[in-house]
Design a protein around this ligand. Structure first.
Ligand code: C2E
Ligand code: MG
Ligand code: MG
Ligand code: MG
Length: 278
C-alpha cells in the first residue's frame, strides 16, 4: 500500500532491527580476534583547568579501528560487550594501555597528569575487581593518585551498596574516584550523601547546543557550590562553546572537558598537546 506511513515506518523498523542483529552477530564473532589483532585503541580527551587553561588530566576512551581504518564509537560496541561479558577484558586492556603510557613517561621523567578510565557496571559483580586493578597498577609501578576511576551515576545507584564499598577501597588505596554523568538520572543528590568521591563529572546534557537557560545555570551553580562544601571537585563534560566555558569559569567550576577544548585523540597527538599545554 504505497504511501501509507504506517506500513512504511513498520518496514523501516524491521530493517533497523535486522541491521542491529547483524551488527551484534558481527561484534560477537569478531571481538576476540579484534583484541588479539590490536584493533582496539585508546584515545585521550584532555581535561582543562578553567582557571589556568592548562591540561590537568585526560579521560581514556576506547575506540575500535576496523581493518579499513574506520573508527567505531564505543556506544556501538560497549553495550554489546556489557551483555556478553567481554567488557571485562576490554576494560583491562584499556587500563593496561594507560599504565604503559604513564610508565613510559615516568621513566623518561616527562610530565604526567592523572588519567581517568571508565568502570563498567559489570565489574561490580566481580569481588576481585579492586584487587585486580591494584595489582595491575603495582606491576607498572604507577602511583595510584595518577589513576582515576569513573563510575557512572546510574551504575552506582543500581548497585549502591557494592559501589559505596568499592569507592571506599579505591580511595583508601590512593586512587581518585569520580561520579560520571552526574545529573543524568534520578537520586543524584542522595548518592552524594552516601558515597564519598573526589570528583563530580557533570553530565554533558547540561551543555547541549545553544545558549544555556537560566534554570540550567542555577542548577549547575548550585551543584558546584554544593560540591565545594562537600570537598569535591567538579568537571563539566561536553563543553562545546566559549560562552559555556566562561560561564563555568565564572562560577568557579574546577575543570572542563569537551570539544571546545579538544576532542578525544590518539596517544601521539595527546603527548604533543602535553608538551605544549601543561
Ligand atoms: P563517558 O564516559 O561519559 O565519556 C564522555 C563521552 O562524551 C565520550 O564519548 C566523549 O567523546 C564525549 N564528548 C566529550 N566532549 C564532548 C562534546 O563536547 N560534545 C559531545 N557531543 N560529546 C563529547 P565516547 O568516547 O563516544 O564514549 C561514550 C561512552 O562510552 C563513554 O561515556 C563511556 O560510558 C563509554 N566508554 C568509552 N570508553 C570506554 C571504556 O574503555 N570502557 C568502558 N567501560 N566504557 C567506555
Ligand atoms: Mg567517563
Ligand atoms: Mg560522562
Ligand atoms: Mg556517558
Amino acid at each position: 500500500v504505497k504511501g501509507n506511513p504506517l506500513i512504511t515506518s513498520c518496514g523501516l523498523f524491521t530493517n533497523e532491527m535486522q541491521q542491529k542483529i547483524q551488527w551484534e552477530t558481527y561484534v560477537n564473532q569478531h571481538m576476540e580476534a579484534a583484541l588479539n589483532n590490536k584493533e582496539f585503541s585508546v584515545y585521550y580527551q584532555p581535561k582543562i583547568s578553567l582557571e589556568t587553561e592548562c591540561i590537568v588530566g585526560a579521560e581514556a576512551l576506547v575506540r575500535w579501528i576496523v581493518a579499513d581504518g574506520e573508527v567505531i564509537s564505543p556506544i556501538r560496541f560497549i553495550p554489546i560487550f556489557e551483555m556478553n561479558g567481554f567488557i571485562e577484558r576490554v576494560d583491562f586492556f584499556v587500563y593496561e594501555e594507560v599504565c604503559r603510557f604513564l610508565k613510559e613517561r615516568l621513566d623518561r621523567k616527562q610530565k604526567v597528569v592523572p588519567i581517568s578510565v571508565n568502570v563498567s557496571g559489570s565489574h561490580l559483580t566481580n569481588p576481585y575487581f579492586v584487587q585486580n586493578v591494584i595489582s595491575l597498577v603495582k606491576r607498572y609501578e604507577i602511583p595510584t593518585h595518577l589513576i582515576e576511576l569513573e563510575l557512572t551515576e546510574s551504575v552506582c545507584i543500581e548497585n549502591s551498596k557494592v559501589a559505596i564499598d568499592m569507592v571506599k577501597q579505591f580511595r583508601e588505596n590512593g586512587f581518585l574516584v569520580s561520579i560520571d554523568d552526574f545529573g543524568s538520572g534520578f537520586s543524584s543528590l542522595n548518592l552524594l550523601k552516601d558515597m564519598e568521591t573526589d570528583i563530580i563529572k557533570l553530565d554533558r546534557q547540561f551543555f547541549r547546543e545553544g545558549e544555556m537557560h537560566k534554570e540550567e545555570q542555577i542548577i549547575i551553580t548550585s551543584i558546584v557550590n554544593m560540591a565545594k562544601k562537600l570537598n569535591m571537585k567538579v568537571i563539566s563534560e561536553g563543553v562545546e562553546t566559549r560562552a559555556q566555558s566562561e560561564f563555568l569559569k565564572g562560577i568557579m567550576c574546577d575543570m572542563a572537558q569537551g570539544y571546545f577544548f579538544a576532542k578525544p585523540m590518539p596517544l601521539d597527538s595527546f603527548e604533543a598537546e602535553l608538551l605544549q599545554n601543561t
